[in-house]
Design a binder for this molecule. Structure first.
Ligand code: ZN
Ligand code: ZN
Length: 414
């Protein structure tokens, strides 16, 4: 076949394919092709994630009871928690920031969250436990609202107290200095101060009382909280299995799209590169794109399967030990030297391999060993003594020792 001969010619070491180099414009087009196909392909693969139903997210009530790990990364796309919120308007804050004309006064706003429980939470009877403790929770919330109000009042009184105290000080100074037409009435201020102080004491006592009640109630809730936590642990484990299943389905779906493309491109690449086709470069770029898809897909699937769990455990160990951390950095340094230095070594070795060097020099009519001109040489280099010609084993004529084929009989050295 015609290409078999071509292949043989081009496989000779030292042959430089200068005339075959892809022009820069070609590379630019290939890079554009790679980027665009990667981008569009990623969109197609990403959309496949939405085909199987995603596991339902937990309700907002789960927040204090669930701990998510590294393996749960990326599982929060879409609504993280199921929220149903309603704003609650409270008493206006004391001393609001001066409202601009025409704007309504600022109000202390609380957002009360109602939980929309997911199927998994229902399965483990979590809503029932929440319901049992609802009155205590509502009481705690009411107590906290009360505490907040009292705290706001207390802030106001303490602010006033400060002002009146300084006014009282001034009135005393006025009295001592015997100023005419005094601005401050000492007795009046004293009475006002006494009133404010008693209010202050009362509020402080009230707040302490409210806080004590809250603590008592919270203590009462502790067992049921522990129960909820335990239930959520089970629900979370189920939720993770549901996600793992979902990710498996996505993986299978994506594999249907990605693997035929990848293996098709791989086959094309091997076919083109075997015949040393000038179109190999296109297949190389396509192969790079297909490989990225495969890596992306496999990494996402393996992440929650075991990668995240291993990495999280390793990170836990590394975080603990400073010595291990520095050892790890050191190993990383050595590894990067080995990888990058190794790559350069391989390249250099290929370019400067003795056979390649010898062939390059022979082509330029120079001694393969010392670069002395071969015009003056015969069987040996007159400068370094290197053997230039040797007898062909087949036709007994003289042939170049460093070249594989005899120019007289065509015999190939094995
Ligand atoms: Zn020489
Ligand atoms: Zn020969």
């Amino acid at each position: 076949m015609w290409w078999k001969k071509e292949k043989q010619e081009h496989k000779e070491i030292g042959f430089e394919e200068r005339e075959r180099k892809t022009p820069i414009a070609g590379y630019i087009l290939l890079i554009a092709m790679a980027i665009i196909s990667w981008w569009l392909g990623s969109m197609a693969i990403g959309d496949l994630e939405k085909v199987p139903a995603k596991p339902q997210a937990f309700s907002a009530c789960s927040v204090p009871y669930t701990v998510y790990g590294w393996q749960d990364a990326w599982r929060y796309s879409g609504p993280y928690y199921d929220y149903q919120t309603q704003p609650v308007y409270e008493k206006p804050a004391p001393y609001p920031s001066p409202a601009l004309e025409g704007t309504p006064p600022q109000e202390l706003r609380q957002v009360q969250t109602t939980c929309a429980f997911s199927e998994l939470e229902k399965k483990y009877g979590i809503p029932a436990v929440f319901e049992q403790t609802k009155s205590s929770r509502d009481q705690i919330n009411a107590l906290q609202t009360q505490t907040n109000r009292k705290q706001a009042d207390l802030n106001k009184i303490q602010f006033d107290l400060e002002n009146f105290r300084s006014a009282y000080q001034l009135s005393l100074s006025e009295k001592i200095a015997q100023v005419e037409g005094r601005l401050y009435n000492t007795a009046e201020l004293q009475a006002k101060l006494a009133e404010l102080e008693s209010q202050n004491t009362m509020l402080v006592k009230d707040i302490a009382n409210l806080q004590a009640q809250t603590t008592t109630l919270a203590d009462q809730l502790k067992p049921s909280n522990a129960e909820i936590q335990a239930l959520y642990q089970k629900a979370l484990s189920d939720w993770r299995w549901a996600w793992r299943w979902h990710e498996f389905m996505v993986f299978l779906l994506q594999a249907l799209f990605v693997f035929p493309f990848f293996f098709g491109v791989l086959k094309l690449y091997f076919r083109l590169s075997a015949r040393n086709s000038p179109y190999t470069v296109i297949a190389t770029f396509l192969l790079a794109v297909a490989s990225v898809f495969v890596i992306q897909m496999v990494c996402v699937y393996f992440w929650s399967l075991f990668l995240a769990i291993i990495i999280e455990a390793l990170w836990g160990i590394i975080k603990e030990s400073q010595l291990l951390r520095s050892l790890l950095s050191y190993a990383g340094m050595l590894l990067s030297i080995a990888v990058l230095g190794g790559a350069v070594y391989v390249l250099q070795k290929k370019i400067f391999s003795p056979t390649r060097v010898a062939l390059r020099r022979l082509r330029e009519n120079k001694c393969p060993s010392c670069q002395f001109s071969l015009k003056l040489a015969d069987a040996f280099c007159p400068h370094c003594g290197e053997r230039i010609l040797e007898q062909c084993k087949k036709c007994q004529k003289m042939k170049y020792a460093h070249l594989p084929v005899c120019p007289h009989c065509g015999d190939r050295k094995v």
